[in-house]
Structure formats: C-alpha cells, structure tokens
Write a protein that binds this ligand. Sequence first.
Ligand SMILES: [Zn+2]
Length: 98
Amino acid sequence: MMYIHYCKYCQRIHILNGHKNYCPRCKGHLTELKISYMKYVNLDKEERKTLREHCANPKELLLLSASSKKTYEHAKWLQIPASNIENYHSGHYAAYSQ
Ligand SMILES: [Zn+2]
C-alpha cells in the first residue's frame, strides 16, 4: 500500500510504500497525510500544489495528518475557508467531498 507523506523540511509530498516516519530525502520526520493514494494520484498539478501549500502551514498540516484522529471530522482540508486559497474554484473542492 502506498501512503502520502509530507516532509516539512523538504516542503515536499512523498508517496511512500507503507507508513514511514522518516523522509527518504533528508531523514527528517514525516507527517503521514489522511488523503488516500488513489485520491492523491487523481489530483491535477494545481490541486497538488494547493495541497502542498496547505501542508506548509503547521496548523493545517495537523488537520491533514493521518494521526489526528480526534479532529478527523473537522479536518477535511476542503473545509478551509475559500478566502485562504488563491485561484479558488468551488469545482475543485466538490471532487474531494465524500
Ligand atoms: Zn525531507
């Protein structure tokens, strides 16, 4: 199984086989994201960029992280106010809401 991880040191998203704790690039501590592999691979370039921008914000990263089960229901990154997002199109967000 492939999982989506974010490295805050590289500011990159890494797709890794299994649940990894450390970045293969810089050996920094990774955050595993809640977004599924299938969902991630279906994002287009712009959407991936937007996701990466969310991850760059520590507060939002916390919400996106797979380990924050307690906030799970509130944590969908699509619920982040549109005003925070440049070039926002509601159509993009509909794709994630299920
Ligand atoms: Zn890294």
